[in-house]
Structures are given as C-alpha cells and as structure tokens.
Design a protein around this ligand. Structure first.
Ligand SMILES: [Zn+2]
Length: 427
C-alpha cells in the first residue's frame, strides 16, 4: 500500500527538529493533525476508547498509541521504538569563555560524534530553557536560534602541515569551544534572556546544543540521496510516526515510543532504560475501555517490539569494513540487524516477524551483521526488550556518515521503511 512518507517529508521533519525537544513537538503536531489527543500524565485516568489515538510527552520523549479493538491482554501491543537524540555539542551551565579577544562558548560532546565534522560549519543553537514561571515553578520553553552565531574554525594547513596525514584531531576540551564574536559582552545567559524576551534572572537552566544550519537536500544524479543532519535517528522517528498515523486500526493496541538519551546510554526518565514505555503500556492495560483478565504480563506475551534505528550501508571506499554477505545498500529497503552478543535484540522469532511484514507489504528486506573483529554499536532494542520481556527485532534503514554533523540516506528507503513499519503495527 502507498504511504505519504517520502524524502521531502523526512527533510521537513529533520529541519523542524534541531533538538530532541523539537523532534517531540514535530511528532506531536503530526499526531494532532491525525486526530490523536494529548494526555496529561498528571491528570486522573480516563478510558482509552478502541480505535482512538492518544499521546503524551515528557521533554525529549514521546509515546503515542491507538487503542486496539480488543483489550491489550487479549491482543497485545505492536510497538515501534526509536530515539529523538543525536550526537552533538551541548552548552555547559556556565559557558562564558574566551581568549585572544574572542567571545567563546564552553561546550561538551554529547554521544559519539565525529568531532572533525563540526568544524567550519555555520552553527545555530536549540533545545529547551527552564524559565521562572508565574507561580514559582519552572516552565520549560522549547527554543531555537537559526542565525549562524557559532563556529568551530579549523586552523590553517600552513600552521598544521600534517593535517591530511594525521587527520583533523580535535581535543574534546581545548579545541571545541566555538567562537561567538569579538570583544566584551554581558555573557551567554544575559544574551539568551534577551533573545527569549525575559529578565536575566528568570533563566534558571537549559539543555541547549549547537546545530548545523545547512538545510537538508536531495542529491545524486537521480535524486537517490538525502543529505541531512540527525538522520540517525529522526529518519526512524519520522517513519514510525507516519506508520502509526497511516496504520489501519487493529485488534492489538499500536504504540510508537520515541526515547531520548539513546546516544548516552538511555538511563534517564526519558530514556529506554527509564519507565516511559512500561508506564504507557501499563496505562493502556489499565485504562482500555474493554477489560480482560491477565494485565500487562499477559499482554506482553502477545506483543512485538520493533526497535527502529539506522544501519551502516556499505561504503564504496571502505567496503572491507563490512561482513561479507551483510552489506546493505542505499535504496535496498529496510534491514534486520542481528548480533550474537545481543548488541541488537533480534532473535529468530523477531526476525521472522519483520520479514513476514516486509513480504506481506512487498518491501525488500536486507540483513546486517557487524564484522566480528570490530566492536558493535547498540540500540534501544536490548534495553527495552530485557525490561519488558517482549519479543523484539532490531531493524533500520541504511545510511552513510552515521554520527557526522551531516549524514546521508537513500530517498527510496524512506517510503519502504515506513510501509514495513506500518505493516508491523497492523499484523
Ligand atoms: Zn541511533
């Protein structure tokens, strides 16, 4: 079946989502437009009506569901999981820095970024700021600044003659603080308050990072490629949200969960090792308008979790970094990721579930396994699977330049990915 998911839609999703907070707002807007209602976590419970859609937000994390036509204990859950965060540079709490007449910003790396790719980029700022509220409680405001205020300049090759032989090496402490301007200033917090239109002492905290201002672009001779930041893992967030919006209602309760903090270990109130998914599933069991004996344990035994995160496509200049027989190509469709030591959660049943979904949808399906002599990355799959005891498969769409400030995916994969994920919700 057709889907509205395409490279232009993904490009718009990425451009609207420079931070996890923005990704959640972008996803919430798509859900609202499709008739999903926002739930207030602090409000008393209310019945979840079969076929109706709901979502809740927690900072950079979001969970959405469409209540099944049967109680979860009878029909289980079909869950798509992804993550909103991407590697980058985050602003420290007292970031005022400078040397040799430059105003600078103290930053620290977030996640496993390729540091050198952040050099010589026009950088904006985005994330959330905690402000003093009317009644004294803090209020979180999502904020972005899309002027090129920051830059991490490289040093000239005349001063670093070995740069091409040794690579551009950036020290995480000394070489990353971007330059913001020249001369004296009142400091970052005062500048931020001015941008937000609040008093300086109303700015009480922030989770802000830098983002590259170059917009996403479709490229290649025939438009095969999408060049964009944060494709890991906004491509999966986008595909999962579109899949949920487009999915036909089913007996099972359909769930999409977008976690934060995957790139730094997932152990937080917004991460996959936190309570978000368990709380949402428990709530769906408790509040579903239809009742059935057995609760969450019985529902979990009938459920499937598809952990959606990006995959290493084979690179023509580095093809020997791939395991023979496991070289996903751009445009070749979604990929099942398997790892014997469970850096990916895929087991035989999970792989079968996803392959059947792809076959039913007429979508090609590829395989990825890491070379045995290289350490393998991981996903939310093993964490969520171990926490809930739900059968799980790790999948993704192929890409290059993972964790670069600017990544690369295949345009043809966007609709294939969304269709496969949608079929997983409908099975
Ligand atoms: Zn990822």
């Amino acid at each position: 079946m057709k889907t509205r998911a395409d490279a232009a839609g993904l490009a718009a999703f990425v451009a609207a989502s420079p931070s996890p907070f923005h990704a959640v707002e972008t996803a919430a807007a798509l859900l609202r437009r499709a008739g999903f209602e926002e739930l207030d976590e602090a409000a008393p419970p209310r019945p979840l009506l079969p076929g109706r859609g709901y979502f809740l937000r927690r900072g950079g994390a979001l969970a959405a569901l469409r209540a099944g036509s049967a109680a979860p204990a009878e029909a289980g859950f079909r869950i798509l999981g992804a993550h909103t965060d991407s590697p980058g540079l985050r602003v420290k709490p007292r970031p005022d820095a400078g040397a040799e007449g430059y105003r600078q910003l103290a930053v620290e790396p977030y996640g496993g970024l390729i540091l050198a790719t952040w050099a010589d980029r026009d950088l904006g700022l985005s994330g959330a700021v905690a402000l003093r509220g009317e009644d004294g409680d803090p209020v979180l405001r999502t904020w972005r600044h899309d002027e090129p205020v920051a830059r991490v300049p490289t040093v000239a090759i005349h001063l670093d003659r070995k740069v091409n032989e040794q690579g551009l090496k950036l020290d995480r402490q000394r070489n990353l603080p971007p330059i913001l301007g020249l001369g004296d200033w009142d400091g970052f917090s005062a500048w931020l308050a001015g941008e937000l239109g609040v008093e300086a002492d109303d700015v009480l905290g922030w989770e802000l990072g830098l983002h590259d201002l170059a917009p996403p672009a479709v490229g290649g001779l025939d438009g095969e490629f999408l060049f964009a930041p944060r494709l890991d893992n906004l491509a999966s967030c986008y595909a999962a949200v579109v899949a949920l919006v487009e999915a036909a209602p089913a007996a099972a309760t359909q769930v999409v969960v977008l976690f934060d903090h995957e790139e730094v270990g997932s152990r937080s109130r917004r991460g996959a090792a936190g309570p978000v998914l368990r709380q949402v599933l428990a709530r769906a069991v408790r509040d579903h308008a239809l009742d059935a004996p057995g609760g969450l344990d019985r529902a979990a035994a009938r459920s499937w979790l598809v952990s959606a995160d990006m995959v290493h496509a084979v690179h023509p200049n580095y093809a020997d970094l791939h395991e023979p027989g496991h070289k996903p190509v751009l445009g070749g469709g979604p990929v099942v990721k398997t790892h014997a030591e469970l850096r990916y959660a895929t087991d035989a049943e999970g792989a079968a579930f996803f392959r059947l979904a792809c076959a039913e949808e007429g979508v090609p399906c590829q395989d990825y396994a890491h070379r045995s002599d290289l350490p393998c990355g991981s996903t939310i799959g093993p964490i969520a699977s171990a926490e809930l005891g739900i059968r799980t498969v790790d999948v993704g769409a192929p890409m290059l330049s993972m964790h670069s400030v600017r990544e690369l995916a295949g345009t043809a994969d966007v609709p294939l990915y969304a269709r496969a994920l949608r079929r997983c919700l409908e099975r």
